[in-house]
Ligand binder design. Sequence first.
Ligand code: CA2
Length: 147
Amino acid sequence: MHLLLLNGPNLNLLGQREPGIYGHSTLSMIEADLKREAEAAGAELACFQSNFEGALVDKIHAAIGSVHGILINAGAYTHSSIALRDALAGVAIPYVELHLSNTHSRETFRHHSFLAAGAVGVVCGFGAMSYSLALQGLLEHLRAQAS
Ligand code: CA2
């Protein structure tokens, strides 16, 4: 089973700024932990972060035919990007949307997600653990689909 973790703009700064909101873990730490967790569950996880919307769209397109499921923290693009929504709908690969923070307890502009409607599920508010919970949810969904 091949999975892809996508992280959007500014998430490369994790662990270096605003630890009160986003925690102390760096993105590399989160990615390494999640790769181990995926491997233990018999899956392989590739990771990609970009601050560019088009680069994320290209990565989603490149997943056609080789990736079974996507985990995505699109950062601020969650609340603005019809391009990412269309790309995810276009490739028709099951995906889970996730966020470190509880976007619903923050500014109102973070309450709407352009990606949530097409997602298998959405996880938010558990810090770095959101990644792990999203992985578990995606694996469970893919296993149920396969059986
Ligand atoms: O809570 C999340 O995971 C978010 O996707 C993070 C985005 C924000 O725009 C979303 O509303 C919710 C922001 C990522 C910014 O990451 C930083 C990390 C450290 C320091 C500064 C920014």
